[in-house]
Design a protein around this ligand. Structure first.
Ligand code: KIV
Ligand code: ZN
Length: 524
């Protein structure tokens, strides 16, 4: 099976196309919205990582989405830039076509639900009408590009005979990639194998298209289902960095790619991913969104290569292969976790940041980060990688509107707490003093006095980044406004500064969210 694809030409039968949807399915999930600059930075990092297709957004959803797809389309050199559209949505396909117009290689991905449940209750359409929409959607998309993908939303819960008819209609109408999503993360690997084997055996024209798999993680089976689909003939994998995405997320790119690399003996497939850049891109996403991965997350979690027990450590020292199935370096980890101290200079600091993936800092951000590093080094004996990540996070995030400048708090058991706060809003400094029930309340009241808003504080949580009483605090703040939820994070050796940074981060995200309209029918 060698396919001649409109964007990739002749593709070897074991070459797997990596389709990253971090900026669409991932960004769509609560708390993960990114602004245009952040999306562009992620898209460039994904291209550098070697991703084949980037789903950059859903242009008809909002002007912000349209602009980011268009900008990414202009910026990327090699990677296919894909725009999402509903097959039957008013203006969806035209908007997607316009957004990818300047891409060197552009794709339109159109979708409609095909399961009995979705057709009856969500679409309120008869199966024959859905078939008509599938034809019309793909034909319309082909007016803009030869690279057209079609998805059967809730495909894994679709009647097999009807799914064959839908796929046949999509191929006849010009689709070159056929994606069968497990939209609600319900399938098992056996289901996946059956679905893809069935389609490839029964649908006329199946041997001329790429089959694609897109798995949500509601039962924790996203990666397992992806592997099963590959074995059954799928050759495009839809996935996200750190597994972010709707509800429990999507199958994680870094996990799938490392399954293929580590178990090449059992799964003889190749990708174009430069695996040693995986950690860097994972960290970039955590920094931008404010969500760290859990410590035990495969490949990119802090403990993924940490060996605690004496028996394991002894084995590792004798031969790393005893307890390591892949090297930490192969995914971007460096062996030492102990880093710079107070005598380290700018060059060493810059080098370390670069090695950790923070090469996108501009001069102002770098200078701010260096000043904060020196300040931290004066107060803290040992500085770990985690400290540096937390410290530069605030610099790398895009503070389009609000920026923390300074805080002074007086508190204790004798008199009411008072916070003096300076924030920069749209480039102008504002200074207020506010009282509160305690230091945190006073500091948050001061923020509200500078930036008036109706958001409700839903979560305030503080933890220490490393050990010791001089450890930096990492704070998470969750705000809710009009049913929209955002999380912000901040870090500092001073717990209250960390709290204010987190609140300001959440407020900045809320401002981004306010500009966006949610598309009514996109339940993917
Ligand atoms: O999960 C899903 O069904 C989707 C489609 C839009 C591909 O994200
Ligand atoms: Zn999805």
């Amino acid at each position: 099976m060698t396919i001649n694809h409109p964007s990739f030409g002749r593709i070897d039968e074991n070459r797997v196309i990596i389709f990253d949807t971090t900026l669409r399915d991932g960004e769509q999930s609560p708390g993960f919205s990114m602004n245009l600059t952040e999306k562009l930075r992620m898209a460039e990092a994904l291209e550098d990582l070697g991703v084949d297709v980037i789903e950059a957004g859903f242009p008809v959803a909002s002007k912000g989405d349209f602009d980011s797809v268009a900008q990414i389309a202009r910026a990327l050199k090699d990677t296919v830039v894909c725009a999402l559209a509903r097959s039957g949505g008013k203006n969806d396909i035209a908007s997607a076509g316009e957004a990818i117009r300047e891409a060197r290689r552009g794709r339109i991905h159109n979708f409609i639900s095909t399961s009995p449940l979705h057709m009856k209750y969500k679409l309120r359409m008869e199966p024959e009408a859905v078939l008509d929409v599938i034809r019309a959607g793909n034909e319309a998309a082909r007016q803009f590009t030869d690279d057209v993908e079609w998805s059967a939303e809730d495909g894994s819960r679709t009647d097999p005979d009807f799914l064959c008819r839908c796929v046949e209609a999509a191929i006849r109408a010009g689709a070159t990639t056929i994606n069968i999503p497990d939209t609600v993360g319900y399938s098992t690997p056996e289901d996946m194998a059956r679905i893809f084997a069935d389609l490839r055996a029964r649908v006329p024209g199946a041997d001329g298209v790429i089959f694609s798999t897109h798995n949500h993680n509601d039962l924790g089976l996203g990666v397992a289902n992806t592997v099963a689909a590959l074995r059954a003939g799928a050759r495009q994998i839809e996935c996200t960095i750190n597994g972010i995405g709707e509800r429990a997320g999507n199958a994680a790119l870094e996990e799938i790619v490392m399954v293929l690399r580590t178990r090449h003996d059992a799964l003889p497939y190749t990708t174009g991913i430069h695996t040693e850049k995986l950690l860097k891109v994972s960290r970039m996403l955590s920094t931008i969104t404010g969500f760290d991965v859990q410590p035990n997350k495969a490949i990119v979690g802090r403990n993924a290569f940490a060996h605690e027990s004496g028996i394991h450590q002894d084995g590792i020292l004798k031969n790393a292969a005893t307890y390591e199935i892949m090297t930490p370096e192969s995914v971007g980890w460096t062996r030492s976790s102990l880093v710079l101290g107070k005598h380290s200079g700018r060059a060493a600091f810059r080098d370390k940041l670069r090695a950790m993936g923070y090469d996108a800092l501009d001069e102002v951000q770098f200078n701010d980060a260096f000043t904060r590093f020196k300040d931290l080094a004066d107060r803290k004996k040992v500085i770990y990688d985690e400290d540096l990540v937390a410290l530069v996070d605030d610099e790398v995030r895009d503070h389009a509107r609000i920026r923390f400048v300074a805080l002074h708090v007086s508190a204790g058991s004798r008199r009411p707490a008072q916070a003096e706060l300076t924030l920069e809003v749209d480039g102008k400094e504002h200074h207020v003093t506010a009282a509160g029930q305690g230091p945190v309340d006073a500091a948050f009241n001061a923020i509200r006095a500078i930036v008036a808003h109706d958001a409700t504080l839903r979560l305030y949580s503080v933890g220490a980044i490393t050990e010791g009483s001089d450890a930096q605090a990492r704070t998470t703040v969750r705000l809710e406004e009009g049913g929209k939820m955002v999380d912000g994070q901040g870090a500092d050796a001073d717990t209250l500064v960390s709290a204010v940074r987190a609140y300001v981060h959440a407020l900045n995200k809320l401002l981004v969210k306010r500009d966006r309209a949610e598309p009514a029918e996109l339940s993917a």
